[in-house]
Design a protein around this ligand. Structure first.
Ligand SMILES: [Zn+2]
Length: 202
């Protein structure tokens, strides 16, 4: 029970980590975190340790642990009061990450190929001032690259499948959510995924 997974939010209510129930209860007891309860109406209530202990007594729950003198419910989400920064996990501007973003797909003809059969193409050619940035570099097959030469897509009569952008920050790639995903987590994970953007690393 104490090894259950608890979602950790920072002070801005952004999901930053997953910890064990043991760690969550320690943080709660030390006053470093509050328990967050999904009220199932789109709102969330926070509880200090004492409030959470009283709540656990009033509304007994199967997911509880017993100490010498009281029973306490295991929270599914906690809100940190002390720790304020998101772990920085930037998507670096690398060849590998460009292939990842474009899913090994030529952005002109849509063929999915092995990386050795793909080039990186400057949409606005380099010799015409095209920068080497997330917005101007795409995966291209050798055939399309040869066809395009040093022209813009428009001049070459070609179309980009998608407008190249820098990828969004994905802070959760290392967490295995199949282990124990609660509905009350989803709200925060979706927010983190969609709303947090990375700075460009060029
Ligand atoms: Zn192609």
């Amino acid at each position: 029970m104490l090894n259950q997974h608890v979602l950790v939010l920072n002070r801005l209510w952004q999901a930053v980590n997953v910890c064990t129930a043991r760690r969550a209860l320690t943080l709660l007891f030390q006053g470093h975190a509050q328990a967050v309860l999904d009220r199932n109406d789109g709102s969330f209530q926070t509880y200090s340790f004492n409030e959470w202990r009283d709540f656990s007594t009033q509304e007994p729950h199967a997911e509880s642990v017993r100490s010498v003198s009281f029973r306490i419910r295991i929270p599914r989400v906690i809100l940190l009061l002390v720790y304020d920064h998101m772990p920085k996990k930037e998507v670096k501007f690398t060849r590998h990450n460009i292939f990842e973003r474009d899913k090994n797909t030529c952005q002109y003809c849509g063929k999915v190929l092995e990386r050795k059969d793909l080039n990186l193409d400057h949409v606005l050619p380099r010799d015409r001032g095209g920068p080497t940035t997330w917005e101007n570099i795409v995966c291209s097959c050798i055939e399309c690259n040869t066809l395009k030469t040093n022209r813009t897509p428009q001049e070459a009569g070609m179309r980009l499948i998608r407008k190249p952008k820098r990828p969004k920050w994905r802070p959760f790639v290392q967490i295995n959510f199949t282990l124990h995903q609660h509905d009350s987590w989803r709200h925060f994970i979706d927010l983190a995924y969609w709303n947090v953007e990375l700075g460009e690393d060029v």
